[in-house]
Design a protein around this ligand. Sequence first.
Ligand code: SF4
Length: 463
Amino acid sequence: MNQGLVAREMLDWEFLESYLRQRDAHFAVHWEWITEVRHKLEANAGLDRGAVTDDVARMSERIERLRYQLLQERSDPDAADYQAAEVLDSLFAILTDRETTTPRHLQQLLEDDTFAVEAIKSLEWCLNPDVPLDTVITSAWRLTKEHFGANLPDQGAESASWPIFLYAPLYLSSYCVNHCLYCGFRFPETTPRRLLSADEAVEQVGLLVGRGMRHILLVAGDYPQKTDIDYYVETITAIRRRWPVSLAVEIAPQSTAGYRSLVKAGVIGVTLYQETYDRSLYRTYHIRGPKAHYAWRLEGLERAAEAGMRRLGLGILLGLGDPVSDARAMVRHAYYLKERFPDRRIAFSLPRIHEGPEGFQIPNPVNDETLIRLYCGLRHAMPGAELVLSTREMPQLRDLLAATCITQLSAGSSTVPGGYDEMGTHFGDEHDGQFRVVDRRSVNDVIAVLKSQGHAIIWQPRE
Ligand code: SF4
């Protein structure tokens, strides 16, 4: 069946009208312009496959915003809420000529025990304390070698390992309007704040290129007045004009149109951690600011993929929720994305809170063994996924994980905007960085260890 028709079949106008009439405080205003969209659609059958005009772009953004507004207002959505969200998403799919016309349904799927059953089982096998840790590690090592070791450029079948992709984060801004209870950057903490100009960012990337880096992850807090989409596009364009690097972003979730602008500017990947998938815990830790919006964040990677982003990085912040439930939900999220966007590369990260701002007690501390089991579990659950490890962890633990299942590693990182210098000595700490860099070895020292483990180093992401 024609994909446009599939989406059109989801357009139950009658249901939408009655739902909004009952549950939307601004029904009259919203229904007026939705009716206008409907008339335009009916008057112009070609709209669903046609060019995106300014008019259509404006309508689609309004629809997207309304859908999220409704989802956010319903703290515990019921079947009618989800149905209304699906109708609005189908309308959005038609207006934007979207490839995936079945409505977004990640939230419902996270609660579906029948989805990705085998993957979840293999995750749980790794987390079972009755299975010896060595057995889990050896099995994860085999799987990683099998899935990532095949195309080594200059190593034979006997090579001990697989190529590891090295990258560097570049913090563009430490301004943030959110109030995440566990973060030292939260508003209104009086931490020193800084925003890099495009020129400063270009200079910082130059220092990283000098260390061999060819892939940069641009990181920023959430401060819409300073780090809006125009700021990112300008900075990214300036960097790409000067340096031969590939770029990904770890920034606040954007609208589909916002992600489209980033893709157009040359960004290839988005990292967006859900922190915890537990909706009620999420509310507890994210009390103010745009990040309090669970559904907007949850569907961020899907919007990015719809906009054409190639690499999708998922993560949970260990220490917040129950790590096993969160890992299960993250695996379901990944399989959902993989089903809808089979050609995209999925990556998992497991950042762990080691310390929070004054007065913050880590609610569910995760020990080293559980962290190792979780990484091995993700390798088993989705063997072809990149597993990413940052410099938050101790060198010994990083080396063990790199020898076991990690495929993507940062090194020599600074978590301070403008933190890279010629000497490579400013890493950021609890006073000015978002988190404390624990592995402070130089890029060369990390490379030496990786090579001694039999890894080749690659500087560009795998296709
Ligand atoms: S975790 Fe991110 S969004 Fe939350 S306060 Fe810190 S920088 Fe801002």
